[in-house]
Design a protein around this ligand. Structure first.
Ligand code: SAH
Length: 348
């Protein structure tokens, strides 16, 4: 079955060259093949490769590993939610948001997630498997097909999965998606979000990949963080913030802290004051996220007035912060929500 086939799109140019050399092909054929794959082409469209070669390539591997299965468009803001099918029958989701600075795609890095954050729908059924670099890239190709003339301009690794728990494939994805002969998406237009796997964050700081690192902080101290994020039992907040400081030092880029306001848990003005104290002097930005209620868990978002009060405290204390716009609220925009809903419809 196709699941045992090679995913050609996940190979670096030099790896494609070696693979094609073994098949008796010249290096320039590998370059042509690489460029077709990363244009989103399927074998029949690769017209400057001979039919025999295309057949040999199709026998060994897959051209585009991700297929669109379902799409929903938000009536509120035009945000699109996609459900994609993978070669082994699993499905994952993505969100395409239109901002004035260009189309932003949210991609998944795993089928499900094993981090267990209390407020997150992606983790409810655990992690099924890691995605390959080709399957992360394939999501971008799919979204580009949807966009027509326009192209995905920014990417956030904020869909299902923990990127730092699928480290090698994520790094491979980042190198391939920014390759000048491929999609050539600037690393500065990419955000990688992590719940805070400290050793991997430190390693990532040394990769020479100038992406934006987002840390899902969601709490002003260890006590609260441990209530909602099991990862906080493995690494203290100070160790996690230290890893962020190391990232800033190594890359010269600020870190973004994601903070979902949860009523009665982390959203008081006192919490905002403590958070400001913890972040003082760091080159960072705080992104306040309205919580998407996950009905399975008894966690609820806050009112507009509570968001403003929290934001005011941060601003008064000179912590750069914004409130993230809510998008696609009518289409299960939050990560994991659509997949869960579809899986329930498929397997009631
Ligand atoms: N595993 C990574 C990336 C995926 S989650 C991480 O933890 O960062 C992407 C972002 O959505 C994270 O900041 C996560 O904490 C947040 N998130 C998850 N569930 C949410 C919910 N119900 N409401 C608001 N934000 C949520």
């Amino acid at each position: 079955m196709s699941e045992n086939k090679l995913q050609w799109m996940g190979l670096y140019p030099e790896e494609l060259k070696a693979a094609l050399a073994e098949m008796g092909e010249k290096p320039f054929r590998a370059s042509q093949f690489f460029s077709w794959l990363h244009k989103g082409a399927y074998f029949p469209e690769m017209t400057n490769l001979s039919l025999t070669l295309r057949e040999k390539l199709a026998e060994k591997g897959i051209d585009q590993p991700v297929e669109m299965r379902e799409r929903r468009v938000s009536q509120l803001d035009g945000t699109k939610k996609f459900l994609y099918a993978l070669p082994d029958g699993n499905c994952i989701e993505g969100v395409l948001m239109r901002y004035h600075y260009g189309a932003t795609l949210c991609v998944s890095t795993q089928v499900g997630c094993k981090m267990g954050c209390r407020f997150c729908a992606s983790t409810l059924d655990g992690c099924v498997r890691n995605l390959t670099a080709a399957e992360i890239l394939g999501q971008v190709q799919c979204a580009n097909r949807e966009l027509g003339e326009e192209r995905v301009h920014n990417i956030v690794l904020m869909g299902s999965g923990e990127p730092m728990d699928n480290y090698d494939e994520v790094v491979r994805f980042l190198r391939l998606v920014s390759h000048p002969d491929g999609l050539n998406i600037g690393l500065r237009h990419i955000s990688v979000s992590t719940c805070g796997l400290v050793p991997q964050m430190r390693k990532f700081a040394q990769e020479g990949l100038p992406v934006t690192l987002s840390l899902s902080l969601h709490a002003p101290n260890d006590q609260i963080r441990r209530q909602i994020m099991p990862v906080a039992l493995r690494y203290t907040m100070e160790e996690t913030l230290d890893a962020c400081r190391y990232y800033i030092e190594k890359t010269g880029r600020r870190v973004v802290f994601e903070y979902a306001l949860i009523d009665g848990v982390n959203a008081s003005e006192e919490n905002a004051e403590e958070l400001s104290d913890r972040l003082r002097g760091m080159q960072c930005h705080v992104n306040l996220i309205p919580l998407n209620t996950v009905k399975e868990r008894n966690l609820f978002g806050v009112t507009e007035a509570q968001v403003s009060a929290f934001l005011n405290v941060l601003e008064r204390r000179h912590i750069s912060a914004t409130r993230r716009r809510e998008m696609g609220d009518d289409i299960e925009g939050a990560c994991g929500q659509l997949r869960k809903k579809i899986m329930r419809e498929d397997h009631p």
